[in-house]
Design a protein around this ligand. Structure first.
Ligand SMILES: CC(=O)N[C@@H](CCC[C@H](N)C(=O)O)C(=O)O
Length: 370
């Protein structure tokens, strides 16, 4: 089987949570060690890896980043190479991202550029976030890139298309965890208890008013509650409930406003249900802010190759801790069309593998040219 497709399928079988990408790291190292080593410097960082391909002159360094972690999703693709890790799946394309990075690395390991290329295999993109600490790490600072490039698969675009834009591409994000604690009791004696299932239900409904009533309609924000847990049995009034979600905004000021409103609502819920409401914002990601000049250069380059159709897309409310790399180094991210009916984070996501060699070829050409 084709080298790239074989690697993608092997990676697909071993999705691991953030900072537990041990098998993934080991598989990547096996592949990297099988390449010509003359120009390579390989260094592990937690469960991630830095690979520097020394350039002929090394005047500048180009950074290329791929994320490594999977998601807690029970796969329903029906693939004969489906996840071996029950309840975990590469449902956000990180198996594609790593494979494409290896494809580019294989090429430059044999034919280095004038510039150095630093490949960054980054753990924990889905959470708690690996980019910020990796960016501050010694191996990164020692070989700090002058520009950075990364891609993300896009199920909604056909194979043979890429999409991007200068400036804001992905939103600011903040995780959201709210713990409610009241008084449990017998189902038949509600007047002796403070029911946290009822409090959580009110809270979730009130959260919907923030985007509808507190955010400028010409701005954008999202509050999604993806998980609620509470109680122990159908005839016991729940003493505790937990609400888990994520906040997305296009500006830092809207993020502050949303959080302020959540805190006010939490105070109200605590007062009206006579309970505790404790908020934890978990991991926060900085927006992906594409460097205008480099992005335009990439768009013009991709268009003139004739290999892909370039779509100038709108910004999306997805998040990416790659934004932390772009805070420190000018660069960009683009969407790679992988045409599949099911979206990111779906148990049936089946990105089209024809996009892999296409992305490898395009990026090799661009990195030679940039
Ligand atoms: C591209 C993508 O789907 N990224 C994730 C990033 C997760 C951010 C963070 N852990 C959160 O849940 O807020 C996304 O969900 O957009």
């Amino acid at each position: 089987m084709n080298w790239l497709i074989d690697i993608r399928r092997k990676l697909h079988q071993i999705p691991e949570p953030g900072f537990q990408e041990f098998k993934t790291q080991s598989l990547l190292l096996n592949v990297i060690n099988s390449l010509p080593q003359e120009h390579l410097e390989v260094e592990t960082w937690k469960t991630g890896i830095f690979v520097k391909v020394r350039g002929r002159s090394g005047k500048k360094t180009i950074g290329y980043r791929a994320d490594m972690d999977g998601l807690p999703i029970k796969e329903e693709t029906g693939y004969d190479f489906a996840s071996h890790h029950e309840g975990h799946m590469h449902a956000c394309g990180h198996d594609f991202h790593m494979t494409i990075a290896l494809g580019i690395l294989r090429h430059f390991a044999s034919e280095p550029l004038d510039d150095h290329v630093l490949f960054i295999f980054q753990p924990a993109e889905e959470g708690p976030g690996g980019a910020f600490t990796m960016r501050e790490s010694e191996p990164f600072l020692r070989s700090k890139p002058d520009i950075m490039v990364a891609l993300h698969i896009a199920p909604e675009y056909p194979v043979g298309t890429i999409a991007t834009k200068p400036g804001l591409l992905f939103a600011n994000t903040s995780e959201l965890f709210i713990d409610l604690k009241g008084k449990g009791g017998h189902a038949a004696y509600p007047h002796h208890a403070n029911d946290m299932v009822v409090a959580a239900s009110h809270f979730v409904t009130q959260l919907q008013t923030i985007v509808a009533r507190n955010i400028d309609p010409l701005d954008s924000a999202v509050i999604t509650v993806g998980k609620i847990t509470g109680g122990t049995k159908q005839n016991i009034i729940a003493e505790k409930a937990r609400i888990e979600g994520t906040i997305r905004t296009l500006s830092s000021s809207s993020m502050l406003k949303v959080k302020h409103r959540i805190e006010k609502l939490a105070e109200g819920i605590a007062a009206s249900f006579e309970c505790e409401a404790v908020i934890d914002y978990g991991a926060n990601y900085r927006m992906v802010d594409n460097d205008p000049e480099l992005t335009e250069r990439f768009i013009s380059f991709a268009e003139q190759t004739g290999d892909v159709q370039v779509i100038r897309c709108k910004e999306a409310m997805t998040g990416e801790d790659y934004g932390y790399f772009l805070e420190a180094v000018p660069g960009f991210m683009f969407w790679l069309g992988v045409e599949t009916p099911y979206g990111l984070h779906h148990a049936k996501l089946q990105p089209n593998e024809k996009a892999i060699p296409l992305a490898v070829d395009l990026l090799i050409k661009f990195l030679r040219h940039v």
